[in-house]
Design a protein around this ligand. Structure first.
Ligand code: CU
Length: 511
């Protein structure tokens, strides 16, 4: 990234900390508190959960004092929901936070003006097919002392979703504070695959944070006191399930790792390295944002952008007694300690997972050309980001018809890759093609300078977030299924999203 990020206070030298002294925490499974009538069918009772956003303090490393966070429940990440496709549930999302924010609110950003309450929350279940009133529309925020009751039908394929704050203008601060957690949907297709399960299936929720010498969260500010917003943030500490440099004792057998990039802005390039041989260990990706790929994809490294998920299977059986490091490029993130004792592994890595039929392009009734825009000041620093040169408050321009399929061409003239997420729907990536940005900016001409590149094999499944690369046109094909109403699409770099790189869209009824 080209932009330098100024900081307020001296940051901790994380490399001075001892590595691998804390075991990897596994977030607890969310427990329901009885049953309530379903809003879809009052004769039917569904599981009811109550999850509270609250301040906590917890240790990210043995040798640091407890860090202040905001979390859903007693830990951050919050509890993991475990549910099955077709089993609906209700969640009462409670805001039990204090009245003041502990991170720097920028009152010049849309929705975060000085007359708005400083602390606001609204929860979005990323990847869920829900009605608009339960989707966490960024303006549907609530203040401390209030709660919202959200209904999740879970009428969708097995996948790892995640819940996080989505409040307009302060979403980046609330997620950074710790308001996120995982949500697993399971189904019969998954059951039949005999993948590693139980204690052999683990979430790996990655996010980076900037820590001070006192081990507290630091959110950097710009030199402009009126507008502290910064275009991106990169932490000195990469946490896994909330710990810095954790270790995990594993058996020499297959494990299933559910990876989520929950960072505000950091893209990861992950690999597993055997400390004795320094060789990168091969693994398989079996699923993406919206569930299983057609077949396992062998990988040596995984590129994952903010908001994306990857379902991995790694086999430690050839590494008895060894230590493997999970690395982001050259940086160590965590350690796997493989026990020397031989074990029997009855789980499978099937050659075929499920069919993912390619949507023919001819099915699309409309193609939308949508630009990703970055505006810089005289010093060359970004000050605003937009989608299709439109602000949040401008009238809705994207109104797909329920049941129809569209192609969205994401035209990216900026120097950054932007992970673009659409609420409600799942989609497939058609291709990415390099083009000449100035010809499009001046004459609206799409002049391509290379062939269209198909998605990588590990992206060729159902997605809800796509990396729209710099100087490329990224085309996705989207069936608009589920519900009518107002949703959003946005960049999942949270600093971008909070500074207008988000737009409403509306699914309308046919005829
Ligand atoms: Cu962006």
């Amino acid at each position: 990234m080209a932009h330098s990020v100024p900081t307020m206070a001296p940051a901790l030298d994380v490399n001075a900390l001892k590595q691998f002294v804390d075991p990897l925490p596994i977030p607890e499974i969310a427990q329901h508190q009885g049953y309530r009538p379903s809003p879809a069918d009052p004769k039917l009772n569904v599981q009811f959960y109550r999850i509270q956003a609250q301040p906590i303090a917890c240790k990210v490393h043995r040798d640091l004092p407890p860090t202040k966070f905001w979390s859903f429940g007693a830990s951050t990440p919050g509890p993991t929901f475990e549910t099955r496709s077709g089993e609906p549930l209700l969640v009462e999302w409670v805001n039990a936070l204090p009245g003041e924010h502990f991170l720097p609110v920028d009152h010049t950003l849309h929705g975060a003006e000085a007359d708005k309450p400083a602390v606001r929350t609204v929860v979005h279940l990323h990847g869920a097919k829900t009605r608009p009133e339960s989707d966490g529309y960024p303006e549907d925020w609530i203040v401390p002392g209030k709660s919202s009751l959200y209904y999740y039908p879970n009428q969708q394929d097995a996948a790892m979703l995640w819940y996080h704050d989505h409040a307009l203008g302060i979403n980046r601060l609330n997620v950074y504070a710790g308001l996120l957690g995982a949500f697993l949907i399971r189904d019969g297709v998954e059951d039949a695959l005999n993948l590693p399960g139980g204690k052999y299936e683990l979430p790996l929720i990655l996010y980076d944070r900037l820590l001070t010498h006192e081990g507290q969260l630091l959110y950097p500010v710009s030199p402009d006191h009126q507008s502290p917003w910064v275009p991106e943030i990169f932490g000195n500490a990469i946490l896994v399930n909330g710990k810095l440099f954790p270790y995990l004792e594993v058996e020499p057998r297959k494990y299933r790792l559910r990876v989520l990039n929950g960072s505000n802005a950091r893209f990861y390039n992950l690999s597993f390295v055997d400390s004795t041989s320094t060789n990168e260990v091969a693994f398989h990706q079996i699923g993406t944002d919206q569930g299983f790929l057609p077949a396992p994809v062998p990988l040596k490294n995984l590129e994952i952008a903010p908001g994306e998920r990857a379902d991995l299977v790694i086999d430690f059986s050839d590494h008895r007694g060894a230590q493997l490091a999970l690395k982001n490029d050259a940086v160590v993130v965590m350690q796997f300690r493989v026990s020397p004792k031989k074990v029997t592994d009855t789980s499978s890595l099937p050659a075929a997972l499920r069919p993912v039929p390619k949507i023919p392009e001819s099915q699309a009734v409309q193609t939308r050309l949508l630009t990703l825009n970055e505006y810089v000041n005289k010093a060359g620093n970004p000050v605003l980001l937009l989608l299709n040169a439109s602000h949040w408050k401008m009238p809705i321009t994207e109104k797909p018809v329920l049941g129809s399929t569209e192609v969205w061409s994401l035209i990216n003239p900026t120097n950054d890759s932007h992970p673009i997420h659409l609420h409600l729907v799942r989609f497939q990536i058609l291709d990415r093609q390099p083009y000449v940005p100035w010809l499009f900016q001046t004459k609206q001409e799409l002049h391509f300078i290379g062939p269209p590149e198909p998605p990588d094999p590990n992206e060729a499944g159902w997605k809800d977030t796509v990396q729209a690369h710099s100087k490329m046109v990224t085309r996705i094909i989207v069936p608009f299924e589920g519900f009518t109403g107002r949703y959003v699409w946005h960049c999942h770099i949270l600093e971008h999203e909070d500074n207008e790189m988000m737009r409403p869209y509306e699914v309308i009824s046919p005829g």
